[in-house]
Each structure stands twice: as structure tokens, then as C-alpha cells.
Ligand binder design. Structure first.
Ligand code: NDP
Length: 256
């Protein structure tokens, strides 16, 4: 695990967008960014969950956050352009984006993957990030130095039986990050990936229903790379895919 203990003002004055901020890893990342001084823009599907994170950020004394309720499944290019315009108007800047929202889709044999299921997973895990990145890049470039973090997975690096469209979407995410990072090199905007590794969330419980949650690290245990990659201490890091839990074997359920 990355040993990193930044000061509480690491992200002071920064505006950071987190997708899937209402639950799991995204919720924790939003709280951690807020605790380190950032104004966090909470994007997600379930408004109640986003409101709860908003209240937690307020309670911990973080700068006042903002909420963007958006279902990435149905969102269009125009929705993202409108969102970028609103962020520019409201904050005048955007210093970082954590693309964290994701869907597992159905796990099962490749031959059985339904076309609809494939499209849904690709829409949320991949296309939304492509469109959002295009819409947000002008704002990020104006606010440089800026950081984009994508969320990968062990199955986005090594294919695994029955992980179907989810695994393919994560391979594509790694590829998108690499293409983008190469194009952005030297511009002051950086793109990297984090593979969280097995983490105690609803998604993990769906993927491994027989696993004891107590055998896993929780979102709060894996925040070091999320903070490091978002802040200035990683300013020379671009185009990398970082493991939040390098000490564990992909797929394994027992923490080491
Ligand atoms: P959770 O299922 O706990 O949280 C996913 C978040 O994404 C939720 O806030 C959810 O919102 C949001 N989301 C899902 N679909 C949409 C949508 N259509 N529109 C908007 N928001 C949406 O997952 P995790 O926290 O476990 O996963 C976070 C990321 O980490 C994902 O990209 C996942 O693939 C990746 N990952 C996780 C691992 C793990 O072990 N947990 C391991 C490897 C990678 P809502 O709750 O409102 O549905």
C-alpha cells in the first residue's frame, strides 16, 4: 500500500468532480477530497445518497459541496456540455475529475452476454467517461495543473472467465487513459488509472456473494493513491495505472 499522509490542505482551493459519489469508493473519495480542502462536486444517480454525502461533508467542515444528479445510462453529450457550462459558471474552474461510477453488469459465460447488457455496461463504464472527458477538458485545461483519474480493475489488465462486458469495459478504460495521457503530455492536465483492488462495497458483495466482508479492506483504507494522484505530489505522473492494494492477488478475497 502506498504510504502517503498528505497535509489537510493538500487540495485547498481545488474543485474536484467525483462520479458515483453517493456510495462505496466514490463516497469515501469525496469525503477524503473534502477533508483535504477541496470543494467536491458530487455526481451520481441516487439523489438521497448524494445528499447524505453532502451532509457528511458539511459536518466534517469541508468547503460547501455541490450535487449533480445524473444517470450516466441515459445522459447525452449535451448533458455533459451543459454540466461543464454550469461548473464554469458556478466555480470558474475544475482541477480534477475522479471517474469512479461503474456497473458490474451480469457475470456469466461470454456466449450468454445479451446485447442490451453489453450496451448498458459500455455506456456507463466507458462511453460516459469519453463524452464527459471531451466536455470537461476545456475547463480542466484552463485550470491546469489538473488531474483526471479513471477507475480500472484487475480484470481490466488480465481477462477472467465470466467477467464479460465489465472486464472489457475496464480494459478499454485503461486504453482510453493511455491515449489521453499521451495526447495531454506536457499540457498540465494528467490522466492516470487506479485499480482499487478488492474493496468492501456493494459492488464487491454482488460479485462475490459468499465472501466475508470482514476479509476485505474498506474504501477508507485505500485512499492514499486517490489523494496522491489528485494532488501536486504526483505532478510528474501521467499515463500510469496504479494498484491501490499492490499487496493482494487479483480476485483473492483475503487481505494480506
Ligand atoms: P458501488 O456499486 O459501491 O458504487 C458505484 C457507484 O457508481 C454508486 O455511487 C452508483 O450510484 C454509481 N453509479 C452506478 N451506475 C451509475 C449510473 N448509471 N449513473 C450514475 N452513477 C452510477 O461500487 P464500488 O464503490 O465498489 O466501485 C467503484 C469503482 O471501483 C467502479 O468503477 C468499480 O468498477 C471499481 N472497482 C471496484 C472494486 C471493488 O472491489 N469494490 C474492485 C475493482 C474496481 P448509485 O448508488 O446511485 O447506483
Amino acid at each position: 500500500m502506498l504510504d502517503y499522509h498528505p497535509s489537510s490542505d493538500l487540495l485547498k482551493g481545488k474543485v474536484i468532480l467525483v462520479t458515483g459519489a453517493g456510495d462505496g469508493i466514490g463516497r469515501q473519495a469525496a469525503l477524503s477530497y473534502g477533508a483535504h480542502g477541496a470543494t467536491v462536486v458530487l455526481l451520481g444517480k441516487t439523489v438521497k445518497k448524494l445528499e447524505a454525502v453532502y451532509d457528511e461533508l458539511q459536518a466534517q467542515g469541508s468547503p460547501e459541496p455541490a450535487i449533480i444528479p445524473l444517470d450516466l445510462q441515459g445522459a447525452s453529450k449535451q448533458n455533459y456540455l451543459d454540466m461543464a457550462a454550469t461548473l464554469r459558471q458556478q466555480f470558474g474552474r475544475l482541477d480534477g475529475v475522479l471517474f469512479n461510477a461503474g456497473q458490474l453488469g451480469a457475470l456469466g459465460p461470454f456466449e450468454m452476454i445479451g446485447e442490451d447488457e453489453w450496451d448498458k455496461v459500455m455506456q456507463v463504464n466507458l462511453k460516459s467517461q469519453f463524452l464527459m472527458t471531451q466536455a470537461l477538458l476545456p475547463l480542466l485545461k484552463d485550470s491546469k495543473p489538473a488531474a483526471i483519474i479513471f477507475t480500472s480493475s484487475g480484470v481490466g489488465r488480465q481477462g477472467r472467465a465470466y467477467w464479460g462486458s465489465y472486464a472489457v469495459s475496464k480494459f478499454a478504460t485503461e486504453g482510453m487513459m493511455q491515449v489521453l495521457a499521451a495526447e495531454l503530455d506536457g499540457t498540465g492536465v494528467r490522466a492516470n488509472c487506479i485499480n482499487p483492488g478488492a474493496t468492501r462495497t456493494h459492488m464487491r458483495a454482488r460479485a462475490f456473494p459468499a465472501e466475508a466482508p470482514s476479509s476485505l479492506r474498506g474504501p477508507a483504507d485505500i485512499m492514499a493513491p486517490y489523494l496522491w494522484l489528485m494532488g501536486p505530489d504526483s505532478q510528474d505522473t501521467n499515463g500510469q495505472s496504479i494498484d491501490a492494494q499492490p499487496d493482494r492477488v487479483p480476485g483473492a478475497s483475503v487481505k494480506s
